[in-house]
Design a binder for this molecule. Structure first.
Ligand code: KG4
Ligand code: ZN
Length: 408
């Protein structure tokens, strides 16, 4: 089965084309094309992501990105290649006859409608069997562009579209490696504990089987990536703050004398909720502690590298402790770590050490660096797995809705 996946939940416009083949143990996937356009440079000017700006950029990017992705997947065939017999099913007829329906589908994205109506008649229907699109959680205006685009393509090409939860995509991303990979569906990998850490979420989720999720903990206020971004702003660093804080922290770590490097006794900033009897998180108190410290320290004495380091140590301690607690209380053969913040070297290595030192029967899977951020590949794989799990009959009867607050 060939799948076109669409992701527009935040500030990355991403498309992927992949194939899925069932085997005895699971599914073999082949990635034909995967392209992501980041809007970071645009949003960086404003210090954060603006939903309506993100929506406009997605609408502008989707058709050019579709062309590039179809070409890369060798599925781009122009209509002048069509033989006489095929002209009867020509897409331009379908477009002309159904122009009003398409116009209505894309009524909130008029510029996307215009470009799509110029582009679609020039190509043949690609060899795609199913469209998968993120319908939440995320920024609602941004989500709607992807959802409406998916519905328009689904209508024109007469193929089904299935919605997928963005967080399900992040969970699955930890199992994706390279362009040819297999996803196990045997019982031995479940239950899988997922630590999901991004700009919008901090969650501990138990996956009992693909498509079957139980959220056991989440942040009560700021997400961990959000805390990185806010602390970065306090330190006068540009958006997104995560990578910058991580660099400063690393520089400070290497400047420390050996005896101090692993000294757990010194806790410069608080570790919120580290001892609470649940799997929830809270990062806003930590951010406030950093703010107080920055505001009460003379600028000449403020060591930004040290603040970044101490903040990152506090975050890492909390993430590791909550993960440890969950691993201890559930019998977990697999730990998956994913989301934008999973790109953080310190957090990656602290989680690896936790498994190596304390949980010898647990296998750790951390998303590849290229897949920690938002991407359509993880959406395509998650969509296919949840389609298999729910055994949907791929009917195209109810309209899709975007939901910014969608939960697992
Ligand atoms: O998953 P993602 O790309 O988008 C959301 O769905 O939120 O995550 C973006 C977040 C941002 O807050 C960014 O600062 C953070 O991930 N981030 C990092 C690192 N790289 C990105 N945080 C810590 N260390 C990093 N190396
Ligand atoms: Zn995300």
């Amino acid at each position: 089965m060939n799948i076109l996946a669409i992701e527009t939940s935040c500030d990355e416009t991403s498309l992927a084309i992949l194939s899925a083949i069932e085997t005895e143990n699971g599914t073999d996937f082949v990635v034909y094309a995967h392209n992501t356009l980041s809007q970071i440079d645009i949003h960086a000017q404003y210090g954060g992501v603006f939903p309506n700006l993100a929506k406009r950029e997605h609408a502008k990017n989707l058709v050019p990105l579709l062309e590039v992705t179809l070409r890369e997947a060798k599925m781009y065939k122009q209509t002048f290649d069509i033989t006489k017999e095929e002209i009867g099913s020509d897409i331009s007829c379908r477009l002309q006859e159904n122009n009003e329906i398409l116009k209505k589908l894309l009524e909130h994205e008029p510029e996307l409608y215009e470009v799509l109506m110029v582009f679609l008649p020039t190509i043949r229907k690609p060899n795609i069997d199913m469209i998968v699109v993120t319908h939440g959680p995320g920024l609602e205006p941004a989500l709607w562009v992807g959802v409406n685009f998916a519905q328009a393509l689904s209508f024109v090409w007469n193929i089904p579209v299935i919605p997928v939860n963005h967080m399900e995509g992040h969970i699955v991303s930890a199992s994706i490696h390279g362009n040819n990979f297999s996803i196990d569906k045997s019982k031995k990998i479940f239950p899988m504990l997922a630590l999901l850490i991004s700009g919008g979420h901090t969650e501990l989720v138990i996956t009992h089987a693909w498509g079957e999720y139980e959220k056991i903990g989440q942040t009560l206020d700021d997400a961990v990536g959000e805390a990185y971004d806010k602390v970065a702003r306090l330190l006068g660093l540009p958006y997104p703050g995560g990578p910058k804080i991580s660099q400063l922290a690393e520089t400070y770590f290497y400047s420390l004398p050996e005896v101090r490097k692993y000294d757990k006794k010194i806790q410069f900033f608080p570790r919120p909720m580290i001892k609470s009897d649940n799997y929830d998180f809270s990062f806003s108190g930590l951010k406030s502690a950093v703010r107080r410290y920055v505001e009460t320290t003379h600028p000449d004495l403020l060591n930004r590298e040290q603040v970044a380091y101490e903040f990152q140590e506090a975050v890492t301690d909390v993430l590791v402790e909550k993960t440890r607690k969950a691993l201890k209380n559930y019998n977990i053969p697999t730990l998956a770590i994913a989301g934008g913040v999973a790109a953080n070297k310190r957090i990656r290595s602290a989680c690896e050490s936790l498994i190596k030192e304390e949980f010898h029967n647990t296998n750790i899977m951390i998303a590849d660096m290229s897949l920690t951020g938002d991407n359509a590949l993880m959406i395509g794989v998650a969509g296919y797995l949840s389609f298999l799990a729910k055994k949907s009959n791929l009917k195209n009867d109810s309209p899709l809705l975007a939901n910014g607050n969608l939960s697992l």
